[in-house]
Design a protein around this ligand. Structure first.
Ligand SMILES: Nc1nc2c(ncn2[C@@H]2O[C@H](COP(=O)(O)OP(=O)(O)OP(=O)(O)O)[C@@H](O)[C@H]2O)c(=O)[nH]1
Ligand SMILES: [Mg+2]
Length: 325
């Protein structure tokens, strides 16, 4: 299954403040006398409001994806989409706010316990509330930024980075989509991908107990990389990080509308951009025309050589190992 990122909705500073105080306002604890009741109630209110705020901050720190420079394909993409420094600083601010909240809560609880005077207890509580809302206010912008990040993260490709992935490249109309749907065990899904309006197409392939992903990228790998603008290059770079094996489809019939010469030039350009990644070159539409090259000649239409092509692909994908295995 495609991975989804279960990032929580981020409350605004106002919402978080309201949540904490609303919860606290409902608490009463009966004591042995009026002072004891006030003391116990105040302790419970401070604990509840402090814990709600602290747990909320801690939850954000834990549930937002951790992005390290040497992680798989994420850093470049995340940096481009949201800005990695600001993201890290915002999570750092959540951490700071969680610790600070815990600290003022402990202090306030201690002061209430020590106190023998009802009005002192009230003033400890109201000054705790003031400090608590001040902490929340101080991270107001970071909370807003993280909520924006959440929305942007949801647009990241729903690609499982722990499943060996085949990426399909080639000019428009050479037969990429047809190949992906023929290889896939179920109808491929379309997932959003930043920078492309068409999204990416994800198919799945089964091999005994293993599963593989097949990705078709409309508009991304169907033109020379050298002709790309900076954003498109970034998108291709990001794609590189999730490509384990690549298949480049060439259409020798040229019914796709591109000459063999142009298609071979694209092949070279992609090979340069994806250095170090195993590349399978296969020629499509063999029912119309074949060449005498050593590439696999297949037809997704008639099924010719599809078994050989599938075996070649699976053999390459089987070699891919992930740290978790
Ligand atoms: N004769 C024949 N036609 C094919 C074969 N594979 C694909 N086609 C046809 O070629 C055309 C393009 O196929 P697609 O699979 O959509 O090509 P594509 O590379 O995904 O094209 P874009 O998504 O535009 O980049 C369609 O009309 C297909 O029916 C094949 O093996 N034989
Ligand atoms: Mg297509």
């Amino acid at each position: 299954m495609a991975k989804s990122y279960r990032i929580p909705t981020v409350l605004s500073a106002e919402e978080l403040t309201d949540k904490a105080f609303h919860r606290a306002s409902k608490i009463t604890v009966n004591g042995t006398n009026a002072l004891d009741t006030k003391k116990k109630t105040t302790l419970a209110k401070i604990t509840a409001s402090g814990d709600i705020v602290k747990d909320t901050f801690v939850g954000y720190v834990n549930k937002f994806p951790r992005i390290e420079k040497d992680d798989d394909f994420f850093p470049e993409l995340v940096d481009l989409v949201i800005g990695i420094d600001k993201y890290k600083k915002s999570l750092g601010a959540m951490n700071w706010a969680a610790n600070k909240t815990e600290k003022i809560k402990t202090e306030a609880l201690r002061n209430v316990r020590r106190s023998k005077d009802g009005s002192v207890i009230d003033s400890v509580r109201s000054s705790f509330y003031g400090r608590l809302s001040s902490i929340i206010r101080q991270v107001k912008n970071e909370l807003e930024f993280l909520q924006e990040c959440k929305n942007k993260f949801r647009a990241l490709p729903a690609v499982d980075s722990n499943v060996a992935t085949l990426v399909v490249a080639g000019f428009p109309n050479v037969g990429k989509s047809k190949l992906v749907s023929t290889l896939s065990s179920a109808t491929p899904e379309i997932a959003p991908y930043p920078f492309t309006t068409k999204g990416i197409v994800i198919g799945h392939m089964d091999d005994d107990w293993r599963k593989y992903q097949i990705i078709d990228t409309p508009g991304l790998l169907d033109r020379s990389i050298d002709e790309r603008n900076a954003i498109e290059k970034q998108a291709i770079l990001a794609l590189r990080y999730l490509t384990n094996v690549m298949i480049i489809v060439i259409d020798p019939s040229e019914t796709c509308g591109y000459s063999m010469e142009k298609q071979l030039a694209l092949l070279d350009s992609i090979k340069r951009g994806f250095e170090g990644i195993p590349i399978i070159v296969a020629e499509s539409k063999s029912d119309i025309m074949t060449t005498d090259s050593d590439n696999i000649h297949f037809s997704a239409e008639t099924g010719e050589n599809m078994d050989i092509l599938r075996k070649t692909i699976v053999d390459e994908l089987r070699k891919i190992r992930f740290e978790e295995e």
